[in-house]
Design a protein around this ligand. Structure first.
Ligand SMILES: O=C(O)C[C@H]1C=CC(=O)O1
Length: 98
């Protein structure tokens, strides 16, 4: 199942800088691991914002939920999820939508 996910990050300015850098390093490592597994298939920075648009290809909404809540920066994120399905006009292989 494909999901479009919008993540807006808002880290309090008074949080310990070293702790924040550790969280970001852990987040990057987990994100890249999930990308290599093919579960986090796209991640794009939204220009001018501490936010990203991502595409996840996972087995279920439950799996996506577990991934999102496991992200080290999750406590500082607003997350919006949109489930995607094949558009009848798409020429892309249907495998992408399953
Ligand atoms: O920077 C972000 O957009 C938040 C988060 C998502 C992946 C990652 O490495 O950090």
């Amino acid at each position: 199942m494909l999901f479009h996910v919008h993540m807006l990050v808002d880290i309090p300015l008074d949080l310990d800088k070293t702790y924040v850098e550790e969280l970001k390093a852990k987040e990057k490592a987990l994100s890249q691991d999930l990308q290599r597994q093919g579960k986090w298939t796209h991640i794009w920075r939204i220009a001018g914002q501490y936010a990203n648009i991502s595409i996840f290809n996972v087995a279920s909404a439950g799996e996506l939920h577990d991934i999102l809540l496991s992200l080290p920066l999750y406590p500082f994120m607003q997350v919006e999820v949109t489930a995607l399905c094949q558009h009848y006009s798409s020429v892309k292989n249907e495998e992408d939508a399953h």
